[in-house]
Design a binder for this molecule. Sequence first.
Ligand SMILES: [Cu+2]
Length: 378
Amino acid sequence: MTNRSRRWRLAVVATGLSALALLVAGCGPDNGQNSLRPTGEQAKQIDDLIVPIFGVAIVVAILVGIATVYCAIRFRARPGREDRPKQIHGNTAVEIGWTLIPAVILAVIAVPTVSLIFKLSEPPAANAVEVTAVGKQWWWQFDVTEKGEKKVVVADEFHVPVNRDVHMTLTACDPSLGTRPTGGCNVIHSFWVPELIGKRDVIPGHRNELTFRAEKTGTYLGQCAEYCGLSHANMRFRVIVDSEDDYQDWIDGQREGPAVALADSGEAGKLFAQKYACTNCHTTEDSSLSVYGPNLTHLASRSVFASGYYKLTRANLIDWILNAPSMIPMESKECRLPPGPDNICVGMPSFVENTPPGYPTMTRDEATTIADYLLELK
Ligand SMILES: [Cu+2]
């Protein structure tokens, strides 16, 4: 064997092995985002549709594969043989056959598919929890409410009761930016919690809806499933499915005012509201307010922050407050105000780099003081 063809074979084997490794890496049943392990009523119905259709697809793939390999071997070029095998152009029986068979397969598949599409868009039960998901670059705001009750605005994760319908309204228009010429509308995102419900796009200027019902308590991982820019891959979230009692405890707690009022938070409050004006984009005072950044009134009750990318620990929080853009790619740089008509300010500013002229630079001690205050907001 020449050196060149040996290298070729090596390259082919290496590529094959890495492709296999990638494939196997996706197989773990416990990655938290396995749509083939559904635990929601609707996710199960979708799964019940996917599995048989996948079966049909595999049979078709095997038959086509066998036919291809057979033809490649049977009609390969050989010395002393004509270049082209006998042509069968215009064979009516064959042409009708390969038009009809796929048409029939598709028609059969269409029946359960279309009926499931209608079933999934049936209105939710009367006692459904209402959740509005606002897709922002690059995190999710969730407004959770029940008929007639005060809404609760959270970020990154929200709780729902087990065995009860959750009716989602999906929007890409930020209510806090509603006065801007664009109506505060963002780019397209997609809401997806693989184990609970199939994905649905979140479209600027359009209201999409979705109903799901979880059948088991636990934490379910979600992910933005429509490319939306710089930090799309980090745009995660969590749905925490609680027993009815735990859910009631959670929502009651979220409806309350802050554990420490801003006015009583001393030095931290001054840094937060005045020196660094975090209040330009955040509130720690009222959990029913929709503002540009995440509502922080009950930040300390969350397990994660920054779109679920970081665990909520004191060390992580201090680093974030000092220099958020160094932890997740953002376009905020030196911006201190929510985006205006002609500035691009997506995300949270750094308080130690790119500080605009006239603005103070934050010390680690100051960040620690703010973090300790935020960590009291259970
Ligand atoms: Cu997105």
